[in-house]
Design a protein around this ligand. Structure first.
Ligand code: ATP
Ligand code: MG
Ligand code: MG
Ligand code: MG
Length: 465
């Protein structure tokens, strides 16, 4: 009897209710009220003013399950077993009320007590911020965790949001302590981050950390990750609430789902991007040229490219709308009300991109034939730049296709060619993907080079990339 994802979500909220936390609804995924983010990145986002002491509080303890989307993790999807773009974060929060001793003790109780998750304590390791002796002592002395299982970490890992190396975002922040679950293969996966929010960061260091009027707690536990370790599956995409979407994707794409195959990775990416698109369009954030909309456009295009590689030539992603709504209905029954509107919007975006991608793929195939004849082995950067600017084909896809032919990819030449096109550097930080050539160039320059699909990598390995 493995714990179901819906049950885990409910148990978490119930547990923290027994600790006096008031259950609050998830904030929207795209918080128009908050100009500092495109998408809600974490449970604490809706409470930023609470932490700053700016709002009158009806309660000083809260618990939520928050819809989140992290654009920074786009390239991790399909490459690691534990990252999504869209995911749910379970949180408990203290606004000047409980602090480190309770936050740590309750996290431990929830994870290990047989009444709750009943995780074997020997599976858990923790990290603390290097100077946080208080947290170290609580783990060691109050909880009884041996020092060998408590690691002191640098600011870039254990300060949230990270401010290293030079300056981080302004706002509430603090040292944190993370809880890791040890998998059967010995690698660790991070499941829960306890943030001891005690500073307001204003401007660059030094002396930019101002103690808050009161000390706070902000914690975030990944719902899908924790479900995956409880269910003993090798990736988040195999938990009970996600596997049906993966299977629906396989059916729509007309392929068999196999974990360790190119199509397996494609289907997992399609699943992730379908979730992100459905939740976003449900909130009336449609694919488009700017801001959050550009991210949704980019995710839909990536999914379309994956479909294209599985020989699809017609829109397909939109057909997963009901599968997403169905898999999410316990917590988000409202998705069921908008499936038709959402599906239509996704289909329109797919149709438009399928038109462009076809020309791009013909060009690529022609290029590969030429390379065979000329016995060249490296895809010229200028060609890749042209494919991006004329057809919107991302360089990562060109590289993947090239690798299938045993060709390499000239990233240096690509960057040079793009810089030549782009001229001066970008001004619009928030523009992530636009249809216009200039914006496409800017976006490409920001892309991380593709480092290969390694889907079975666990968290620990991926950090080294
Ligand atoms: P990682 O190091 O694995 O990228 P993180 O340190 O960036 O995670 P936090 O910002 O600490 O994550 O978020 C709190 C929790 O949310 C994490 O411990 C994890 O369980 C979950 N989480 C974070 N990012 C993702 C993601 N992209 N997909 C699924 N769950 C995530
Ligand atoms: Mg991360
Ligand atoms: Mg981390
Ligand atoms: Mg973390």
């Amino acid at each position: 009897t493995k714990m179901k994802t819906d049950e885990l979500r409910e148990k978490y909220l119930e547990f923290f209710e027994t600790k006096g936390c008031v259950r609050q609804p998830s904030d929207v995924l795209v918080p128009a009220w908050d100009p500092s983010v495109l998408f809600t990145p974490a449970g604490m986002n809706q409470f930023k003013d609470h932490f700053l002491g700016k709002v009158k509080l009806d309660f000083t303890r809260a618990t939520t399950c928050q819809k989140c989307l992290r654009t920074g993790d786009i390239d991790n999807v399909g490459r690691t077993a534990f990252h999504h773009t869209f995911f749910e974060m379970l949180g408990n929060f203290s606004f000047g009320d409980y602090f480190k001793p309770e936050a740590i003790a309750w996290a431990w109780e929830f994870l290990t007590d047989k009444k709750w998750l009943g995780i074997e304590p020997g599976r858990l390791n923790v990290t603390v911020y290097k100077d946080d002796d208080e947290a170290f002592q609580i783990w060691n002395e109050s909880i009884g965790l041996p020092t060998s299982r408590i690691t002191r970490m640098e600011e870039d890992e254990n300060f949230w949001p990270a401010s290293a190396p030079s300056e981080g975002p302004d706002g509430v922040c603090g040292p944190c302590s993370e809880i890791y679950y040890q998998l059967d293969d010995g690698s660790d996966v991070e499941i829960w981050n306890l943030v001891f929010t005690q500073f307001n960061r204003v401007g660059p260091p030094p002396n930019n950390l101002h103690p808050l009027p009161s000390k706070n707690i902000d914690t975030g536990m990944g719902l899908e990750r924790t479900a995956s370790v409880l269910q003993g599956v090798p990736t988040n995409f195999h938990i009970d609430s996600l596997l049906p979407i993966v299977h629906a994707a396989a059916e729509v794409c007309g392929v068999k789902y196999e974990y360790e195959s190119d199509n397996g990775r494609r289907l997992r990416r399609i699943t992730d991007h379908a979730r992100a698109a459905v939740f976003s369009v449900h909130e009336n954030v449609y694919p488009g040229p700017k801001d959050a909309r550009s991210v949704i456009r980019r995710l839909i295009r990536r999914a379309v490219l994956d479909g294209y590689q599985m020989n699809l030539r017609e829109p397909f992603l939109y057909q997963l709308t009901s599968a997403v709504a169905d898999a999410s209905k316990a917590a988000y029954p409202e998705l069921g009300q908008t499936t038709q509107r959402v599906a239509e919007a996704i289909e329109a975006e797919e149709r438009a991109f399928f038109a462009t991608i076809d020309g791009g793929m013909k060009r690529i195939n022609h290029l590969f034939e030429e390379m065979q004849t000329e016995k060249s082995v490296m895809v010229p950067g200028a060609e890749a730049a042209d494919l991006l600017t004329t057809y919107g084909v991302p360089p990562e896809l060109v590289q993947t296709l090239a690798a299938e032919q045993n060709f390499t990819f000239d990233w240096v030449g690509f960057r040079e060619a793009m810089e030549k096109h782009a001229g001066d550097s970008d001004g619009g930080q928030r523009v992530l993907f636009q249809t216009g050539p200039l914006e496409t160039l800017k976006e490409a320059l920001r892309e991380t080079p593709f480092v290969g699909y390694e889907s079975t990598q666990s968290e620990a390995t991926v950090k080294g990339i």
